[in-house]
Design a protein. Structure first.
Length: 45
C-alpha cells in the first residue's frame, strides 16, 4: 500500500500531466481552426 504523502505526490503529478495534455489539445484545436479559416479565405480570394 502507498503512504498518503506518496499518493498525494502521484496525484499531483497526474493532475499536472492532465493539465498539460488539455492545453496541448486546446492549442491544436485552435491551430486547426485558424488553418481552416485561412484555407477558406484563400479559396474566395
Amino acid at each position: 500500500m502507498i503512504d498518503p504523502d506518496r499518493q498525494a505526490e502521484i496525484q499531483a503529478r497526474q493532475r499536472s500531466r492532465a493539465r498539460v495534455t488539455a492545453i496541448v489539445l486546446f492549442a491544436f484545436a485552435i491551430l486547426f481552426f485558424f488553418v481552416t479559416i485561412a484555407k477558406i479565405k484563400g479559396l474566395h480570394s
